[in-house]
Design a protein around this ligand. Structure first.
Ligand code: BT5
Length: 318
């Protein structure tokens, strides 16, 4: 294990009490100067470590950044988060995860960023990604046909909504396909991308963005968990909860269980509403009456006929 993690473990073990440089050096088998260098590195990572002359080091506060060692601390998942790659700042976590997956990274690998400079939404739209948000991408390698990806993407939206709600106490609804909403304000989204052949998915990248503690100003109404809950949320804990809930739902999905759809429907703000679906080449208006086994939104049109839509932007009319 890396020295920094060992130092944090030793400081945590001591509670608020200081641990001397000599003791740390002895435990790690390195020099006191080397210990000091690692302490400096930890401070740069956002750990609040007090240096007490002649007495050693005391940990006042863990880093609030979702660093690998913090996300993994107390993580109860089997697969997701076994490997966590954290960037303070990166273009898009989905792009990094895709490259890693192409190079063979395992299912369950998670890429996290403190902020993104080229965060993406669907259809090449941009995703505002300032510090204080949650930006994560999961690599999955399900043995499913490409057509099942829409369902996986709904599942990811559901997982993010459930985790954000239970963690912050803010009720989160889902606007089809997978906008996380607080009433009519968007608070998160999912971008699911896949690579594979006609018959089989090679891998998919599940990208999740949640406006946890950040305010963004875009062309639609938005909010943050912090604003709604009245207090900042612990981003690392929220990420851990997303991984836990996602893993549970995903294991059911791999076994072929479809019950997550019922859960999804209960959270849907879209069902029962008159909606307009905008697709790149057409618009369809109707009443949203169901979400079927493939994740398609079923609309009842004016003439009484039904139509299934698998993609597009949804506008709630009333
Ligand atoms: C989404 O797209 O909602 C998917 C967003 C996925 C973001 C995650 S972050 C981690 C991973 N890495 C990435 O690069 N992306 C994923 P879509 O449904 O197309 O919605 C995009 C629209 O949402 C924009 O056109 C804006 O109207 C709005 N928007 C942009 N940034 C926002 C934000 N931070 N919060 C709420 N709404 C936003």
């Amino acid at each position: 294990m890396e020295y920094e993690s060992l130092i944090i473990d030793a400081l945590l073990e001591a509670g608020a009490k200081p641990v001397s440089g000599e003791e740390l050096a002895g435990r790690l088998g390195i020099s006191r100067t080397a210990v000091w260098k690692h302490i400096r590195a930890l401070q740069r990572e956002g750990y609040h470590i007090e240096v007490l002359r002649g007495r050693g080091y005391a940990l006042k506060r863990l880093s609030s950044r979702p660093l690998e060692r913090e996300v993994r601390r107390g993580l109860s998942t089997r697969r997701f988060g076994k490997r966590v790659i954290y960037y303070e700042r990166v273009g898009s976590t989905n792009d990094v995860a895709r490259e890693l997956a192409r190079q063979g990274a395992e299912e369950g690998t998670v890429v996290i960023a403190g902020e993104q400079t080229r965060g993406r939404g669907r259809l090449d739209r941009s995703w505002e990604s300032p510090e204080g948000g949650v930006f994560l991408s999961l690599i999955v390698r399900p043995h499913i046909p490409p057509a099942a990806i829409s369902r996986l993407s709904l599942l990811a939206g559901l997982a993010a909504a459930k985790a954000a709600e239970s963690f912050s106490g803010v009720p989160i609804g889902l606007k089809w396909p997978n906008d996380l909403m607080v009433d009519d304000r968007k608070v998160g989204g999912v971008l699911c991308e896949m690579e594979g052949e006609a018959e089989r998915v090679d891998f998919a990248i599940v990208g999740i963005g949640i406006d946890a503690n950040c305010d963004v100003s875009v062309d639609i109404p938005t909010t943050s968990l912090k604003k709604e809950a009245g207090a900042a949320v612990d981003i690392t804990g929220l990420i851990r909860e997303v991984l836990r809930v996602f893993e549970n739902l995903y294991e059911g999905f791999l076994r072929g269980a479809a019950d997550f759809l019922e859960d999804y429907k209960e959270r849907s703000q879209t069902l029962g509403k008159d909606v307009k679906i905008l697709q790149p080449k057409r618009e369809i208006a109707g009443k949203a009456v169901d979400i079927d086994g493939e994740g398609a939104l079923v609309l009842r049109l004016r003439d009484g006929s039904y139509e299934r839509v698998l993609s597009g932007d949804c506008i709630h009319l009333r």
